[in-house]
Write a protein that binds this ligand. Structure first.
Ligand code: XBP
Ligand code: MG
Length: 248
């Protein structure tokens, strides 16, 4: 195992309910719309990956807006730009924390020379804001590849962002491990041939994670050693089982 590839939303931090959702609602208000996404509605909308795509889906399916695509797209782009500004402000003000064990494992990976990367469907500005606010201003440089919506158009469960990251790292999928929180993310990693550990959130807890190497409450909760953190050696062991089988 030579690299860890982290998803962002739900995996590095539980960003959706109190981060993205709140920022979408702020954008609706700013643009003079009476739209509002409560926690339950947003949970359903999360099936659609990507903020622009989620807005488009909501406008068509929930609000039954029948404007031509080009007109609706202009509104969606305006809303999404506003939403990104609100989200980045929230994150920069410290409103979003990393999930348990994330900072520790990143620091241990760096100490042991394991490479780090990011594969997300979210906007690049959001990732930079989160890394800087939680891990410090220089932390963006710790990651050898940061694949976002800016690098790859197709959103998870499409494997494109993982393939882009592998290409950047110049590593085969079997030399890496992905960390994800959602079925969309797990499928994206799996289709790229990357073994995947999942740490679901409240929003994704009911999803099917059958393809995952292991499902964890979080990275500070070992599934067999109660109350103990998950170590890099644990990740290596799970990853090796997936790529080489039980006899090595
Ligand atoms: C994250 C997403 C993103 C965020 C919003 O999925 O689907 O759309 O909810 O970010 P994943 P943007 O964790 O699987 O990458 O509004 O910037 O798209
Ligand atoms: Mg995610």
């Amino acid at each position: 195992m030579r690299a860890l590839i982290f998803d962002v939303d739900g995996t590095l931090a539980d960003t959706e309910r109190d981060g993205h959702r709140v920022a979408f609602n702020a954008a609706f208000a700013e643009c003079g719309l009476d739209w509002s996404w409560d926690e339950a509605t947003y949970g359903e909308l999360l099936q659609v990956a990507g903020g622009n795509e989620r807005l488009m889906h909501y406008a068509r399916v929930h609000r039954r807006i029948s404007q031509p695509d080009s007109e609706l797209l202009a509104l969606v782009r305006r809303l999404h730009a506003s939403k990104t500004t609100h989200y980045v402000e929230r994150v920069a003000s410290g409103a979003v924390q990393l999930r348990p064990g994330v900072a520790r494992l990143i620091s241990q990976a760096r100490a042991e020379g394991l490479r780090l990367a990011i594969a997300t469907t979210t906007t690049r500005d959001n990732v930079i804001a989160l890394l800087q606010a939680t891990l410090g201003t220089g932390s963006v440089d710790w990651f050898d590849a940061i694949g976002t919506a800016q690098e790859v158009a197709a959103k998870k469960p499409d494997p494109a962002v993982y393939r882009w990251v592998l290409e950047r790292l110049q590593l085969p999928p079997g030399d890496t491990l992905a960390l994800e929180d959602s079925r969309n993310g797990l499928i994206a990693a799996t289709r790229a041939g990357i073994p995947c550990v999942v740490t679901p959130t409240d929003y994704s807890a009911a999803e099917d994670f059958a393809e995952a190497l292991v499902r964890l409450t979080d990275l500070d909760s070992h599934p067999e050693r109660s109350g103990q953190p998950v170590t890099l050696d644990d990740l290596r062991r799970w990853q090796a089982l997936a790529t080489r089988g039980p006899l090595g």
